[in-house]
Structures are given as structure tokens and as C-alpha cells.
Design a protein around this ligand. Structure first.
Ligand code: PXP
Length: 238
């Protein structure tokens, strides 16, 4: 089975917000990415709306209801938006004010488990699939399954930031074991964070990973090659 590609278009909005302008519009980017081979469009609605704004979520979910996969924190702002605009799926992620990007998977403290379970129930009532962003850790995967998640997105940050080949191999092994366990637990497996045109193949080779969510590398390449070609190239690698 071919691995699907979720294209994260947050940074189209980052560029727009740098000038508080009306363009480039993430809606246009989503249309181009989908017609170039993307299977899903991914955005992160942050509480500070520093890139993707609530109006973007409204527009994107209206135009591409079956294609939107939205990363959201456990806060009420994100919850309300998801329940109102009902994307195809959400990925619950930890969100810290001021962070440059998501720093890792969910830390399942008792309070986090309680809140995640509550969100999963509410999202399921609206027929929204729920993914949890998790580190490739057996205990965390078991918690994700117990809480009722449909999908786990394995955080590939440690792999993508590994400085040496042996270190990257070790991280890949962790991802492979996690992908296997997640499937045994009945979870659909996705992966993402820091993946690019050079490091994605090894993750795709693990097998069993149904979708890769990739943003920064595709957007960076699109500056030089154009978005259609940047998406097509990534899709061909998978
Ligand atoms: N998956 C999750 C859960 C993320 O938070 C991010 C970053 O927004 C990505 C995937 C995409 O990461 P990148 O932009 O490094 O490809």
C-alpha cells in the first residue's frame, strides 16, 4: 500500500502574516497541493493564530471537507473550532506558548489523559477521526489505544535531528518497533516532523505507516521549484 502524503501548509500563512496581507492564501496552496498529489492538507491552528487563522479553518473545511487534517492543542479555542468546522481528522498535539514548532509527542500525565479522552469523545460525536501525536514509546502507544484514538502520529523529530548515522539508525529502529506495536493495538499509524526529501525514504521503508505529514521541507523547496513540483517530488518518493 502506498504511503499517503499530508502536506502541511502552515508556512504559506506564515508568509502572509509577515505582512498581515491577504495573500498568499492557504486556500490556493491547498488546491495546488491536492491537484499535485497531496492526499491531505494539514494545518496547525495555534492559539495565537500566528500563521493559520480561524477564518482559514472555516474556508479550508468548507472547500475541502474530506481532506482537512488539523493539528490542535488541548485548549478550548482549538476544541471549539474543530467542533464547529468539523475537519476530516484532527491531531491532538502539545502546544507551548512561544515554541518555534511542536517540540515532541504528548506527555500523558493523568490530567492530559483525562482531557484527551474527553476531546476524543467530543470529536467522535461529530464523526471526526482523532490522531494523537506521540513519541515512539510503547507505554505512550498503549495509553493512546486505551484512550480511544483512531490514529497515532509518530513524532520523527528525534530521528530527523539525529547527528550521526548510527544515531539515526537507532531512532529508526524505535520508529519501526512503535509502528509495529501501534498496528497490533489496532491504531492507524502516521508519522511526521522534520521529514525532508533526504530522510523520508528510510521512514517510508519501515512499512505500515499509512501517511506522512510534511510541511517545512516542501514549502522551502517550493520557493525554488514551485509548489506543484515540490509536492509531486515528495509524493513520488513515497
Ligand atoms: N506533524 C506534526 C504533529 C507537527 O506538529 C508538524 C509541524 O507543524 C508536522 C507534522 C510537520 O513538520 P515539518 O514542518 O517539520 O514537516
Amino acid at each position: 500500500m502506498k504511503t499517503k502524503l499530508g502536506v502541511n501548509i502552515d508556512h504559506v500563512a506564515t508568509l502572509r502574516q509577515a505582512r498581515r496581507a491577504s495573500f498568499p492564501d492557504p486556500l490556493d496552496a491547498a488546491a495546488v497541493a491536492l491537484s499535485s498529489g497531496a492526499d491531505f492538507i494539514v494545518v496547525h491552528l495555534r492559539k495565537d493564530q500566528r500563521h493559520i487563522r480561524l477564518q482559514d479553518i472555516a474556508n479550508l473545511c468548507k472547500l475541502f471537507p474530506n481532506k482537512m487534517h488539523i493539528e490542535c492543542s488541548m485548549g478550548e479555542f482549538a476544541e471549539k473550532a474543530m467542533l464547529k468546522y468539523k475537519p476530516h481528522s484532527v491531531c491532538i498535539v502539545p502546544e507551548l506558548p512561544g515554541e518555534v514548532t511542536t517540540t515532541g509527542g504528548l506527555q500523558f500525565t493523568p490530567a492530559v489523559q483525562k482531557r484527551v479522552q474527553e476531546l476524543i469523545k467530543k470529536f467522535h460525536k461529530k464523526h471526526i477521526l482523532v490522531s494523537l501525536f506521540v513519541n515512539p514509546d510503547a507505554a505512550d502507544l498503549r495509553v493512546a489505544a486505551r484512550l480511544g484514538a483512531d490514529i497515532v502520529e509518530l513524532c520523527t523529530r528525534a530521528y530527523s535531528e539525529a547527528k550521526t548515522h548510527p544515531a539515526a539508525q537507532k531512532r529508526l529502529q524505535e520508529l519501526a518497533l512503535a509502528a509495529l506495536l501501534a498496528q497490533e493495538l489496532g491504531l492507524e499509524v502516521h508519522a511526521g516532523h522534520g521529514l525532508n526529501y533526504h530522510n523520508v525514504l528510510a521512514v517510508a521503508d519501515i512499512g505500515g505507516i499509512r501517511c506522512m505529514n510534511i510541511g517545512f521541507a516542501i514549502m522551502a523547496r517550493s520557493l525554488f521549484t514551485g509548489l506543484p513540483s515540490a509536492v509531486e517530488e515528495m509524493k513520488n518518493l513515497l
